[in-house]
Ligand binder design. Structure first.
Ligand SMILES: C[S@@+](CC[C@H](N)C(=O)[O-])C[C@H]1O[C@@H](n2cnc3c(N)ncnc32)[C@H](O)[C@@H]1O
Length: 234
């Protein structure tokens, strides 16, 4: 598919459609994120790094890492962080970032059991065709005692702000994306997929169902984003 072709995945998220959509969005992906989030993306990535509480020398998997912008943020901790994604277009767009990158499907990770001290996924779980399977795969590759942090769009907690935000998602965001993105239709998908995504307590239950213990979440920007954390007990 040509990079300039406008294309979005359907909400049933066929893996091939999702990969093609991200290949098409890769070109100006980082810039578009910063514009549509009003610069909040940098704060959200910093907060995700803090929630991971990484130590130098730890091994970290950043799944659905896209262009590796999140991986690079986590690597500032001195931990060894690998970016994994199944869109070669996204990985290739971030190839100038000095982080190891692996083309991999989050539903069948090419890593041995108990390989990582921490695993994380930023704005990717919502896009995976079977998020519950991905959560179980993340659990499998985490060492006993290791942790998970999921950064994902969520549901603003304050009613009037939630209404405004949903208006922004459905009306303004696609227009802003048209001005900046290499694949504006992907941002219609973004808006639809955020609306269809479970809220904070619903996602916490799904994380726990995948095996993770002591699952808690923290809201960022009033719940526009939530960080869910869990542990793999021995
Ligand atoms: C919105 S981007 C997030 C990229 C990056 N984590 C960030 O914070 O900017 C979502 C990513 O999920 C990836 N993705 C979706 N389904 C996947 C799967 N089954 N396996 C691996 N990556 C997947 C897409 O290719 C895309 O790069």
């Amino acid at each position: 598919m040509a990079k300039t072709e406008s294309f979005r995945a359907s909400l049933d998220k066929q893996p091939q459609e999702v990969a093609s959509m991200f290949d098409g969005v890769a070109k100006r992906y980082d810039l578009t994120n910063t514009v549509i989030s009003g610069g909040q993306d940098r704060y959200w990535r910093w907060a995700t790094r803090r929630a991971l509480a990484l130590r130098p020398g730890e091994r970290v998997l950043d799944l659905a890492a896209g262009t590796g912008v999140s991986t690079l943020e986590f690597a500032k901790s001195g931990a060894w962080c690998v970016a994994a994604d199944f869109s070669r277009g996204m990985l290739s767009e971030g190839r100038f970032r000095r982080v190891p990158m692996v083309a991999a499907d989050g539903m069948a990770l090419p890593f041995a059991d108990d390989s990582f001290d921490a695993v994380t996924i930023s704005y990717g779980l919502r896009n995976i065709s079977d998020p519950d399977l991905a959560l179980r795969e993340l659990y499998r590759v985490t060492k006993p005692g290791g942790r998970l942090v999921v950064a994902e769009f969520s549901t603003p907690v304050f009613g009037p702000f939630r209404t405004l935000y949903m208006e922004y998602l459905m009306r303004a965001l696609p227009r802003v994306a048209r001005a900046v993105s290499s694949n504006p239709d992907a941002y219609v998908y973004l808006a639809e997929s955020v609306r269809a995504w479970p809220n904070q307590p619903q996602l916490a239950l799904r994380v726990a169902d995948a095996g993770w213990s002591a699952v808690k979440w923290r809201n960022l920007t009033g719940g526009v984003v939530a960080l869910h954390r869990g542990y793999k007990l021995d």
